[in-house]
Design a protein. Structure first.
Length: 82
C-alpha cells in the first residue's frame, strides 16, 4: 500500500544492467528521480529502456534478472517522495 508500481509496457526479457558485467541500474533502497533508468526490456532484439515515472525510493525489485516478463507485470515498487 502506498507504493507506485512500475509495470512492464511490453512482453520481453528483463535486464537490471546495461551489460552482463555491469552494475545494475538501481538497487532496492536507491533514490530515483523521474526519468532515471530502472532496467531494460529486450523484445525482438530491441533494447527498451524503462524509466522511473516518479521520484522516490525503490522498495522492491519484483523480477529476477534475465526473466521473461508479461505485459502489465509489476517490475518495481517505488515509495513516492514529494
Amino acid at each position: 500500500p502506498g507504493l507506485h508500481e512500475v509495470k512492464a509496457p511490453l512482453v520481453g526479457t528483463f535486464y537490471r544492467a546495461p551489460s552482463p558485467d555491469a552494475e545494475p541500474f538501481i538497487e532496492e533502497g536507491d533514490r530515483v528521480e523521474v526519468n532515471d533508468k530502472l532496467c531494460i526490456l529486450e523484445a525482438m532484439k530491441i533494447m527498451n529502456e524503462i524509466e522511473s515515472p516518479v521520484r522516490g525510493v525503490v522498495r522492491q525489485v519484483c523480477v529476477k534478472n534475465g526473466s521473461t516478463v508479461e505485459f502489465g507485470q509489476v517490475l518495481f515498487r517505488i515509495e513516492e517522495l514529494s
